[in-house]
Design a protein around this ligand. Sequence first.
Ligand code: NAD
Length: 252
Amino acid sequence: MDLSGKAAIVTGGADGIGLASAERMAQLGARVMLVDIDADKLDAAVSRMKALGHEVVGQHADVSDEGDVRAYVEAAKSHFGRIDGFFNNAGIIPRYYGVLWDCPADDFDRTIAVNVRGVFLGLKYVIPVMIAQGGGAIVNTASMGAAGGIPGSSPYVASKHAVVGLTKNAALEAATAKVRVNAVLPGNIVTRMSGLGTPGEKANQERLAAMVPAGHMGMPSDIAEAVCFLMSDAATYITGIELPVDGGILAA
Ligand code: NAD
């Protein structure tokens, strides 16, 4: 895979799947902008990537805020002159975890705001830039929860089904302009969000790993490889797909 000469934006880029993907993009030759709501983690991630010799900039933003989204797209345009790749990845799992009828409406609203409105706004402002420059590649982060239900996780599952819907619609609408839009569907990945990234979670990891046909949890780097492939010119004829990266969970 080769991403040399490309400029990419990664939202939720200060941690987990976003940071691993940004680092892989940079290893493959891309210049990268990390976008994140957590300013301290963002600074740390930018410093870490710079120390590795990568060309990286950080932009503090809440992806659910339209002004912030406009600002990070403008900043990327003025810094790089173009946007070839966009990893539309930032997302949250609400702290609530229970049956739908006990779910506070505020938790539902915040999940939809970040996971759906955030993805929508990213598409809305990045696609015209890509159309104007003659093409580009976008990857949205959905989830294996976009393929069915996960009891106890209604807001999250609803949000990730919506991400797949937005992916397909944007892919259809932008295809003739050579803008590709695909989605990755991560399975159980070891990150802070999944609560599986700390040693104290070992028992939980082992329980979840037993449910994975491949027999082990996924790592952020597993998602990064799929994202970089979909962003690369090797995937030029691929658009509108939902790609599970889950060790076989969705095959069952
Ligand atoms: P993470 O918590 O490690 O990283 C998410 C990053 O997004 C954090 O740096 C956080 O500060 C940032 N973020 C959160 N809200 C934001 C906002 N409003 N604006 C800008 N940045 C914001 O989580 P992760 O596991 O790397 O998750 C990344 C994506 O992968 C999410 O969309 C998540 O739903 C999806 N996903 C994760 C798993 C998993 O098992 N970890 C599984 C399926 C899907």
